[in-house]
Design a protein around this ligand. Sequence first.
Ligand code: ATP
Ligand code: MG
Length: 579
Amino acid sequence: MNDTGNGQGNNTDNKELSKDFIRNIIAEDLKTDKNNGKVVTRFPPEPNGYLHIGHAKSICLNFGIAEEYEGGLCSLRFDDTNPLKESTEYVESIKSDVKWLGFDWKDRLFFTSDYFDKLYEFAEKLIKDGKAYVCSLSADEIRQFRGTLKEPGKESPYRNRTIEENLDLFRRMKAGDFEDGTHVLRAKIDMSSPNLSLRDPALFRIRRSSHHRTGDKWCIYPMYDFAHCLSDAIEGVTHSLCTLEFENNRPLYDWVIENVEPEFRPQQIEFARLNLTYTVMSKRRLSELVEGKFVSGWDDPRMPTLSGLKRKGYTPHAIRNFCDRIGIAKRDSMVDLALLEHTIREDLNDTAPRAMAVLNPLKVVITNYPKDITEEFDFPWHPQDANMGSRKVPFSNTLYIEQDDFMEDPPKKFFRLSPGREVRLRYAYFIKCNEVIKDEKTGQVKELLCTYDPETKGGSAPDGRKVKATLHWVSTAHAVKTEVRLYDTLFTKENPMEEKEGDFKSTINPESIKILTESMVEPVLAAAEPGTRYQFERLGYFCVDSVDSTKEKPVFNRTVTLRDQWAKILKQKGQKKGG
Ligand code: ATP
Ligand code: MG
């Protein structure tokens, strides 16, 4: 099912009129002075991959809330409890993506690994209170003993070890006396609880692996369910916002807080994660795409990562706008990719300078135009925004137009160039096609011989005659050859995860990238800096690639076409444009 989100406007000025259930809870807590009037949130990524657009939803929610309330705080906390998968490369990329989105953690940059000593002490406290024990079953046995949703679990034979024995074993686990997997520290809760996460969950495990920050100091690491809630408590997080799959773990979150009794008691609240059509969203899956070389890297413009979207030409403004539009709900849903594309199109429509580029060039010779003259036309960078100024575009007797803009035998509704037909060249002249020159061997159209009407300078005829099409063009002698990369969805299926056995890779779109090497752009674009965005007239929005583009050979990525699927979807639904 596709959901368009709640579509309500942002309402940050009036806190009484909160726009989603989480802000309602916060407003209520502030009324009752639950946390002494404080609002503290956190964005807690595990540094095991690059951030994706789903994380943007969480970032906008957490940092957004902190900005909305006076004195509100939001930390960036790296949840780095699994040394096997984590690295500083990921830490750095995550920091830069959060900044790129326009958020600031100020002095609140935290790492769960900074709390390892405290977390260890908390665990000892549980042991001393008889609420945790060292279990020496193997991982397989623990799984078997856990039971199922229908059957209660069985108690571990190690469950009734004495406090002294548990303390001794736990200290020796820390000291490195045991092999990986030989012992775990478990909470002593309830092996027959209907909630599986309460069946004596693991709190600490032995894992001999170098950590990206603590090096070889530790050989035991805390589990997520133990570390996360206590990190929240240490940081004084008032509202710990996480996605719905943690709903089952909330009783465990609360159990740890109640039994460890940290000074501060945070509250976990779950919201629906973002799912997008034609996209997979988990870091684990995305890392499979990178490692399997299905894409060129985490920042491949086809990836739903923030670095991929950025490289494709997305703006932080559009992504924040998108997150605002989809809203925050308690029910999982699938958001249409067309809404994301609509949002970037809307942004770039206002902000991107216009330019002319010919993706698939066809040569046009204007036989009555002087051979050795170059005229310069003054083109505005933006039709509605005079502040953006203008640039000079050269015109000469030989031009490129788009192959698609010519048909030798046009069907009824084709109004562009064809033999005997007159069209307008954008801002320049009317031209008429008189002759088609073909390749002798292949029969392909090689060149068009046209004439221009000098009276139509600027694009209109003094006698009032009309033409039905306006074409974009580039002067051959001045054109800059570029590479253009056209992107389509990375997957052919709306929900790639619905494939048998989750085989999402079998739905990869073989046409997700199309590389054009003969494209031509107007001369000023040769100097465009990486990351600069343009609308190529009549074609779409494009961005100078930040990795492969060079002065000698610029590379442009297509951000999005001009075709607005979202407007169409809304029309079908009978709604107004705009989400
Ligand atoms: P992934 O499966 O992609 O690794 P995760 O939840 O394991 O996702 P974390 O690094 O733990 O990744 O996520 C950091 C925060 O971002 C968490 O609070 C998580 O709930 C949130 N988050 C992750 N994916 C989404 C999503 N698709 N929509 C909204 N929030 C998300
Ligand atoms: Mg994860």
